[in-house]
Design a protein around this ligand. Structure first.
Ligand code: SF4
Ligand code: SF4
Length: 237
């Protein structure tokens, strides 16, 4: 059995083994650290930074930072909750999010994270209101990147699990977006059965399965029934 060590997370003792990230060790101990770009079964990429924590006073991404013996990790402090709120707010301002008419409402991790962090409206930054066409060319799948948070989960699932590389990042800076390896989705070898298309891969409402819209009624969806990550913490002051 691999040698284990411990570290402190918000005052509690967490066991870890060499090579485990802070997030993996916390998950194994049943302690939730918020995240959007990370999900079970995909290699972490540390891009959304919502899992920001402080390890020995230094800010790191919990999903990619290896746990260290005897380190002191802070997660649910007012300062870190403030960082997370700003990161989540910026995602709302960067895309076009109209929750009341979105098919993902109630099962959307971004929406659920906003609620967890106590954000019910966002007026802090200007809305960029990008114009992004909807790709409805495929018989079974719609890609609407107006809601994309560039988490890369579809890219990693298609590349690492499906072995297809259907999705990819294109452009740079504020023009960066998710594209497909063809003129449109119908021009690719994507299939409704791909792991990348499963509802748990896209954390928002970008990848929609045609004919399955509102398959679970609003009010009975995952985050209508329980907050993301369990007990809510960090309500906005
Ligand atoms: S993707 Fe999520 S946050 Fe964006 S509009 Fe849909 S429900 Fe709201
Ligand atoms: S389409 Fe969805 S899964 Fe893919 S990068 Fe955008 S938000 Fe993430």
């Amino acid at each position: 059995m691999a040698e284990t060590f411990t570290f402190s997370l918000d005052g509690g003792k967490i066991s870890a083994h060499p090579g485990q990230s802070i997030m993996e060790a916390a998950d194994a101990a049943g302690v939730y650290i918020p995240r959007l770009c990370d999900t079970e079964g995909l290699k972490p990429q540390g891009s959304c930074r919502v899992c920001v924590v402080k390890m020995n006073g230094r800010t790191v991404a919990a999903c990619t930072q290896p746990a260290k013996a005897d380190s002191v990790v802070e997660s649910e402090t007012p300062e870190i909750l403030g960082y997370r709120r700003d990161l989540v707010r910026m995602l709302f301002h960067e895309g076009n999010h109209l929750c009341p008419i979105c098919e993902a409402s109630g099962r959307c991790e971004l929406q659920a994270m906003a609620y967890r962090l106590g954000i019910t409206q966002s007026t802090k930054y200007p809305y960029l209101q990008p114009v992004r066409p909807v790709d409805a060319s495929h018989p079974d799948i719609v890609l609407d990147t107006n809601r994309c948070i560039l988490c890369g989960r579809c890219i990693r699932a298609s590349r690492d699990i499906d072995g297809k590389n259907v999705f990819e990042y294109v452009g740079r800076g504020i023009h960066k977006k998710v594209g497909v390896n063809g003129d449109n989705l119908a021009d690719t070898n994507v299939s409704i059965d791909d792991r990348a298309i499963h509802l748990d891969i896209c954390p928002v409402g970008c990848i929609i399965q045609k004919g399955r819209g509102f398959f679970t009624p609003i009010g009975k969806r995952q985050f209508d029934l329980a907050p993301i990550g369990g007990e809510e913490k960090g309500h906005e002051e």
